[in-house]
Design a protein around this ligand. Sequence first.
Ligand SMILES: C[S@@+](CC[C@H](N)C(=O)[O-])C[C@H]1O[C@@H](n2cnc3c(N)ncnc32)[C@H](O)[C@@H]1O
Length: 261
Amino acid sequence: MNTVNDYLKSGAIDIAPLLSLALNKTTTELYTQVGYQLSTEETNQLEKLIKQREQGVPFSYLSGTKGFYHLDFKVTSDTLIPRPETELIIDIALDLLDKQKSYDIVDLGTGSGIIAVTLADKCPKWNLTATDYSYAALGVAKTNATTNINFQQGRWFDATPNQTFDLVISNPPYIEENDPYLDDLSYEPQTALVSGKDGLDDIRIIVNNAPKHLNQDGYLLLEHGYNQQDKIEELLSYRFHNIQRFKDFNGQDRAILAQIK
Ligand SMILES: C[S@@+](CC[C@H](N)C(=O)[O-])C[C@H]1O[C@@H](n2cnc3c(N)ncnc32)[C@H](O)[C@@H]1O
C-alpha cells in the first residue's frame, strides 16, 4: 500500500494536484496527512491520472476546471483551456467602460465563456452576448454562466445578424498553421487555435466586419499573438482610430483596442 508521501516523493508530473484530485483532498490536507494510505480504488484512479498526465493530457482536462479571474470554469476537450494572459482583456474592458452604465457587448468565440461570463458577473448592468460556432463549446459556456447571457451560435458576426454593440471583444484563433508550438497543444481543439498561414485569417474577418456591428463611438478589443500587433494596427487604421496597444504580464504584445471612426 502506498502513502501520500510515497507519491509526493515519486517525482511524477503534477503529482500534488493529481493526488488532490484522486483523493478529493485540498493541498493542505495532503501535506498534513502524508501518512494516509491509499485504498486500491484510490490507487487505481491515481495511477490512471498519472499515466494520462504523462501522455500529455493537460491537467485542466483531467480536473475538468480552470480558474480564471475570480471564477472557476468548467472546461472540456471542446473548449480551449483559459489562459492567464486573457485576463488582460478583462482588465482593459473594466477600465474602459463605466460599471454603473448599461452597454451592449459581444464576446466572439467565447469557448468556455470566460470573457463574457467574467464581465457579466463583475458588471451586472452590462448586457453580454456570447457566440461560438462550436455548439459543444457553447454548451460548456452556458453551464459556466453565473448571470443572464445571450448565447448565439454562428461564425463570427453571422451569429449576430442585425445586432450592434458598444464593445466587440474577441480572443480568436491566432496561431500560424505551421507553428511548431502547436505540437504542445495537441489535446486542445485546433479550430480554437489555428488561423491560416500568418495566424491572422480570423482577425481579418473580425476587423473587416466589426464596423457594421458597432454603435457610434463603439470599440473593438482583440487578443492576438506576440508578433501581430503592427499588422493588426494597420488593418484597423482604415476604419478605426484611438488605437491603443497593450502588453501582457510577460511583457509581450497581447491586445489591441480601437474605436470606430
Ligand atoms: C482562442 S479560442 C478562445 C476561447 C475563449 N474566448 C478564451 O478566451 O478562452 C477561440 C474560440 O473561437 C471559436 N471559433 C473559431 N473559429 C470561429 C468562427 N469562425 N466563428 C466563431 N467562433 C469561432 C473557437 O471555437 C474557440 O472557442
